[in-house]
Structures are given as structure tokens and as C-alpha cells.
Design a binder for this molecule. Structure first.
Ligand code: URA
Length: 218
């Protein structure tokens, strides 16, 4: 069923798989989970940024001047980590995209309803040329998709095209992917794994447990 979504990119290679194994294993300590998650972040972001618009620029090396390509400096790149687990992407993301703005989104999951509850929103900015905005929403676990849908809506409501919005996740459930695409069919989702299912408590199985707890040692 998952293969029907053309905007879903499942990134898989030996480093991704090794990092996932480390993160998932219940005996990996917090430091190990963090290191593996950072490694995975880099690989996912390289994939996610492949379609950023580029422009020509003249560069002078110690040997000569030449014309080459670089990311268009006139676009606005936003990284939006969904607190708290989504923060794990941020340090790597700002190293890779130093020009990006970081706009945090604070939501926690009501354990009974599995619906997101807002507690922080750093996306109040005015947007004059929405087509020049490129958004990366980060959350390691795409479970029900409810938080991601709320986060995407923040940007779509500002007129930013769905095609400029990319959700960068590590482990996902088939239901979560389906829910997000049902609501916003033109966004891109980048993941390292699509797992079997969600359990009755909304946890991804096999998953890695509570990503926030595993990353922040709580
Ligand atoms: N959030 C998590 O941290 N883990 C899950 O399995 C689902 C949601």
C-alpha cells in the first residue's frame, strides 16, 4: 500500500540500517541513541534537500574564477522541529543549512485521545512570497500523523505550497503516512523505515519506544 505514494521517499542504505538497529535496540544507552540519530539526520537531510532551488554563482578559487551552482540565497529555509523529540535533528540541520531559520513547534500527545496538544508555536511570521519558503518539519516518529498534520497546516495556512513542505522522520507507521497524505497529498515525506503498525497506545511496532525518553534519558 505504501508504494502508492509517489512523494514518500524511504531512504535505505547500510549506514541507515545500522543506525536504526542501534536506535531501536532496547539496551542502547542515551548516548548511543543520540549518536545514531545524528548520523541518520545527516543522511535524511541530504535526501530531503535534493530539490532546493539553485542558482549560478561566480567563485574564485586559488587557481581561477569559474561559474558554478549553489543554493539560491533568496529563498527562505525553515527547519521546524516538533518538540521535544524533533529537536534531535536541529544541531545537524543547522550545520548542513546554516542559512536556515529554526521555528520550534511545541506539541505533546494526549495519551488518551492520541491528539496533539499545543504548548508552543514559533511560526507566527508574516510571509510575503510564500512560494520562496522551503519547510522541513522534523519528528523522529511518524506515528498517527496527527502532530505532523497540525504542523503542516500552520504553513499551508500561510499560503506556502504543499510541494515546498518536507516532513523528515526516522521511523514511521503505514497509518501515519496514509493520514498525512490523505490531508496533504503534495507534501514530501522522507523516512528511514516504515514499520508494521501502531499498537493500541499509539506506539509504532517494532519502533524504538518513546523517542523523547530514549534521546533525553527521561
Ligand atoms: N512517539 C514515540 O516516541 N514513539 C512511538 O512509537 C510513537 C510516537
Amino acid at each position: 500500500m505504501i508504494s502508492k505514494f509517489s512523494n514518500l521517499k524511504i531512504v535505505s542504505n547500510p549506514i541507515v540500517n545500522q543506525s536504526l538497529c542501534t536506535m531501536r535496540a532496547k539496551d542502547t544507552d542515551t548516548q548511543g541513541v543520540r549518536l545514531a540519530a545524528r548520523k541518520l539526520t545527516r543522511i535524511l537531510l541530504y535526501e530531503a534537500t535534493k530539490h532546493l532551488p539553485q542558482t549560478e554563482i561566480e567563485i574564485e578559487t586559488p587557481l581561477t574564477k569559474f561559474i558554478t551552482q549553489t543554493i539560491n540565497p533568496d529563498i527562505n529555509i525553515i527547519i521546524s522541529p516538533i518538540l521535544r523529540a524533533g529537536l534531535i535533528f536541529t544541531d545537524e540541520a543547522v550545520d548542513i543549512l546554516p542559512q536556515a531559520t529554526i521555528r520550534h513547534i511545541g506539541m505533546y500527545r494526549d495519551e488518551k485521545t492520541l491528539k496533539p496538544v499545543w504548548y508552543y508555536n514559533k511560526v507566527p511570521m508574516p510571509v510575503d512570497k510564500p512560494e520562496d519558503y522551503y519547510i522541513y518539519i522534523t519528528d523522529p516518529m511518524l506515528a498517527t500523523g496527527n502532530s505532523l498534520i497540525e504542523a503542516i497546516r500552520l504553513y499551508v495556512d500561510k499560503g506556502i505550497p504543499e510541494t515546498n513542505i518536507c516532513c523528515v522522520c526516522m521511523i514511521s507507521s503505514p497509518q501515519g503516512i496514509e493520514n498525512v497524505f490523505n490531508e496533504f497529498p503534495l507534501v514530501t515525506i522522507i523516512v528511514a523505515a516504515v514499520d508494521s503498525h501502531l499498537n493500541e497506545r499509539g506506539y509504532i511496532v517494532p519502533g524504538m519506544g518513546d523517542a523523547g525518553d530514549r534521546i533525553y534519558n527521561t
